[in-house]
Write a new protein. Structure first.
Length: 77
């Protein structure tokens, strides 16, 4: 009876990046996009809803500042 070998799959390598994902990314400063996004929100542009479930990557310190801002601007705080 032949032996059966099982191989353990541990997921993709951390250094492995999908070629299409790398091509679809652009790095810009928040100062470049924030005024445009703010204007689009104030103008109630419908195209914003196309992106409302998209993920963005921000620095940890910006995330912490935004989290604190969100907490302290609550009416109950």
């Amino acid at each position: 009876m032949p032996s059966t070998y099982l191989k353990l799959y541990r997921g993709p390598e951390e250094t492995e990046i999908a070629p299409q994902a790398a091509e679809d990314c652009v790095t810009v400063s928040i100062g470049e996009v924030l005024p445009l996004i703010a204007d689009a929100v104030n103008s109630e542009r419908t195209w914003l809803s196309d992106f409302e479930h998209d993920d963005i990557t921000i620095s940890r310190d910006l995330y912490e500042v935004l989290s604190a801002y969100q907490y302290f601007r609550r009416p109950s705080a």
